[in-house]
Design a binder for this molecule. Structure first.
Ligand code: HAM
Length: 422
């Protein structure tokens, strides 16, 4: 009768088990890199998102006025909210400030596999440092989190907007032309880019070299193209140092320089990066990030900021696509009364097990042993305790190992030591 709204999803217990597993793995990696968790509201004042991107962003938002007439929006991402919180409350914290988050995001996107209107991000913001080692660590963290989830085939691509700006200067592109061609670069639409550059009166020779430089990972070629632009040369040398650290100190050699990575969001500057999972096809971008500037726009004292966000749902899809074996949900013990007069004892056993941290459940449908064993099997119970009148007269119960089928009779007192040990 009713269905979930377009672009949203329900998650069953089986799916939630996978999501919680993934969340736990990611959170463990964030904390192992010295990050602390932060949470911000699901909705914010609309201005927070229009401040940098302009009013046109509203088309992509779930934006609304509340009963008090306040213009609000469900967050499309968490970087702006986290920086708002930093400016409001955390500016005096010791630097660098390392913040990570999990949060639902909302975008008025066209839904398809891997693209939803409500989706989850796992991300982080690094505030107060942009040293080479800090930037190399940020790249290492993004890569390590995804590797630690169990993903095998991921590609880390690194670009740089300072170098792209220098190239635009070299091509004598006007600001409006740059705005028009950036999305073409972002989407790797190189044929359309070629046409657009011709329209901007860029020479054929320049276009060919530019297209080559956008797709090469050869630093020498990039250096040759940017020529004597001082800012771009400094940035390129920095990039080289960062990548040396990434390879030699963090031991992450599988990255590619790709200047066509320019990121869609408006707040980036300098280094930008993306991580793809080819297994996902069209929506293969698992992670995006880079250095950016929002603090001064939000009225704070400017310090360097960078970060990234991982598409949580896409990571899960990529793991499934690669055939990853998620841990199955399991119940430690299922307790079965042979008849309802055993209920009191069965409940007491179950409660004692629960108090010892052992997951336990008992038959609540008053069905026979055969059906109860089937249910226990469906719930992946490891052990079953059968409480029957005859055994109970001797203060004993039967414990059955569901994997091997082996059964043993134990006294009521011994149940707990027996189950805790195994
Ligand atoms: P973003 O690239 O817009 O960056 O989003 C990050 C990731 O969220 C994407 O790589 C993708 O995996 C996932 N994602 C985006 N849209 C959807 C969608 N409609 N459905 C499913 N997954 C989606 C940011 O949001 C920046 N705030 C990242 C950042 C943090 N930069 C600096 N700090």
């Amino acid at each position: 009768m009713f269905q979930v709204p377009r672009g949203t999803r329900d998650f069953t217990p089986e799916e939630m088990q996978k999501r919680r597993y993934l969340e736990h793995t990611m959170a463990t990696t964030f904390t192992s890199f010295g990050y602390g968790e932060i949470q911000t509201p699901t909705f914010e004042n609309q201005e927070l998102f229009t401040a940098k991107s302009g009013e046109s962003i509203i088309n992509e938002l779930y934006a609304f006025n509340d009963k008090g007439g306040r213009a609000l929006a469900l967050r499309p991402e968490l970087t702006a909210p986290v920086i708002r919180c930093y400016v409001e409350r955390l500016q005096m914290e010791p630097k660098p400030l390392k913040l990570y988050y999990f949060g639902n995001c909302y975008r008025y996107d066209r839904p398809q596999k891997g693209r939803y209107r409500e989706f989850q991000q796992a991300g982080c913001e690094l505030i107060g440092t942009d040293t080479h080692e800090a930037t190399a660590e940020l790249l290492a963290l993004a890569y390590t989190i995804l590797k630690n989830t169990g993903l095998k085939d991921i590609h880390l691509n690194i670009g740089n907007l300072t170098i792209i700006s220098a190239i635009f200067r070299k091509l004598h592109l006007l600001k409006d032309d740059q705005k028009m061609i950036l999305p073409l670069i972002d989407k790797s639409q190189f044929d359309d880019l070629q046409i657009a550059l011709r329209d901007c009166n860029v020479s054929e020779e320049m276009i060919t070299t530019f297209l080559d430089v956008l797709q090469t990972s050869d630093i020498t070629k990039i250096r040759a193209f940017i020529g004597d632009d001082a800012e771009a040369n400094t940035e390129l040398s920095s990039l080289e140092t960062i990548l040396d650290l990434l390879r030699d100190a963090f031991h992450i050699p599988d990255y590619v320089i790709k200047l066509s990575i320019v990121r869609g969001l408006d707040y980036y500057k300098g280094l930008v990066f993306e991580i793809d999972a080819p297994a996902l096809g069209a929506e293969k971008q698992l992670c995006g990030g880079g250095s950016y500037d929002l603090i001064s726009l939000f009225g704070g004292t400017a310090v360097p900021t960078s970060g990234f966000a991982i598409g949580f749902d896409r990571t899960l899809l990529a793991l499934e696509e690669e055939g990853f074996q998620f841990p199955t949900p399991k119940l430690d013990v299922f307790v079965i009364p042979v008849n309802p007069t055993m209920n009191n004892t069965v409940i007491q056993i179950t409660q004692k097990l629960r108090s010892l941290g052992i997951s336990a459940d008992f038959d609540q449908l008053r069905r026979g042993i055969g059906k109860s064993l089937k249910y226990a099997d469906a719930k992946h119970a490891e052990k079953v305790i059968i409480v029957g009148p005859k055994e109970l007269e001797n203060n004993t119960v039967t414990i059955r190992n569901m994997k091997t089928g082996a059964q043993e009779v134990v006294t009521l007192n011994d149940i707990y030591t027996k189950l805790q040990k195994s």
